[in-house]
Design a protein around this ligand. Structure first.
Ligand code: WQD
Length: 330
């Protein structure tokens, strides 16, 4: 299939592009480079053995985006493009609502106009809000703690209603938990601009000496060791989940958790990183981060049953591959 990957030079988009090409799909990438680097395109060509077609466009630019659909017969879309920093969304809500919602609306409108029947959306476990894990797809969604999470929940509703009104427009909503790690080559990985918000890229930069020490946000949660517990999933497993989702897309609206079903605490992850990579990661225990919840992990059985997908890589591979990328990353 010809698949348009928006945000295809980003962390998850680039890994998904590799897996799509490995499965003999043709990939067209649209990315505005706000949180990705053009160098990734050459790395993808090296790793995949073929250069994906690339458009440097903003998905909110309807005219430019429609040109892609005029130039190519698009069979499916995987929509990653979006702003995704939780903390930033609290200070810049309008930017988040505009960018994340208008991009989803314009992309959906063009897909319906050009008869594109397969739409996979990069959603997030944040839409569940703070409720007991394991989290299941049929749970009622609770209000999220930040505008970023709200844009994901609202985008899910926009896509759901668009699919109901246009039965040929089949949608798969993929709710990610905590994507970490990197391609085994160490060529591509998580490379956020500025100081990382997320745990793993912060750990790798402390290990590299670019940051002095890790602050562990609280050890007084009701968890195995008092630190936050999350469902970390290797980005390559996550990428494979997207390929399965678009290849097995049934009509209507399909919702899947993409997680391992296992929770790992901050200290468990940091200790695994130090042990597997034989390197020190100095850290301090500090106060809780506002908006954090104690525990969040998936019930991932639906994706296994309906998509034939299950995460295969564990924490040791995640910390090994994340470190290998950081060491290679200039
Ligand atoms: C993980 C754990 C922190 C940094 C967010 C988004 C979610 C998704 C993944 C996009 C928590 C602790 C972190 C640090 C720490 N993003 N931590 N020190 O908050 O679970 O999820 O990223 O889809 O939507 O909400 O990820 O990596 O920020 O935090 O102690 O410097 O690590 O308290 O327990 P989070 P995270």
């Amino acid at each position: 299939m010809n698949i348009l990957v928006t945000g295809g030079l980003g962390f998850i988009g680039s890994h998904t592009t590799i897996e799509l090409i490995k499965n003999n799909h043709t990939v067209i990438i649209a990315d505005n480079l706000i949180n990705s680097k053009i160098e990734v395109l050459d790395k993808l060509s090296t790793l995949a053995g073929i250069q994906p077609t690339f458009y440097q466009i903003d998905v909110t630019d309807e005219a430019k985006l429609e040109e892609v659909f005029v130039n190519h017969k698009i069979d499916g879309v995987i929509h990653f493009a979006g702003l995704k920093a939780v903390g930033e969304s609290v200070s810049k809500p309008l930017e988040y609502y505009y960018n994340n919602l208008v991009s989803t609306m314009i992309l959906s409108k063009i897909c319906v106009k050009y008869g594109v029947s397969k739409f996979v959306f990069s959603s997030s476990a944040t839409v569940y809000g703070d409720q007991p894990s394991p989290l299941k797809e049929d749970m009622e969604l609770k209000k999220t703690t930040n505008p970023y999470g709200e844009t994901k929940a609202m985008s899910e509703r926009i896509l759901t209603d668009t699919s109901i009104a246009n039965p040929n427009f089949a949608v798969s909503l993929l709710r990610y938990f905590n994507p970490v790690g990197a391609h085994e080559s160490g060529f591509i990985g998580e490379d956020p601009n500025g100081i990382p918000n997320n745990l793993m890229p912060f750990v790798t930069k402390v290990a590299k000496g670019q940051l002095e020490k890790l602050s562990v946000f609280g050890n007084d949660y009701d968890t195995i060791d008092g630190t936050g517990v999350r469902d970390y999933i290797h980005v390559v497993d996550l990428a494979k989940g997207h390929v399965k989702a678009i290849e097995n897309l049934k009509e209507g609206v399909n919702i899947y958790n993409l997680g391992t079903g296992k929770g790992t605490s901050v200290l468990e992850l940091v200790n695994a990183f130090m042990k597997v990579n034989d390197i020190d990661v100095p850290f301090d225990i500090v106060g809780r981060r506002p908006g954090d919840i104690a525990t969040c992990f998936a019930d991932a059985s639906k994706a296994e049953k309906e998509l034939g997908w299950k995460a295969e890589l564990g924490i040791d591979e995640m910390v090994r591959d994340a470190w290998k990328f950081e060491q290679n990353n200039r």
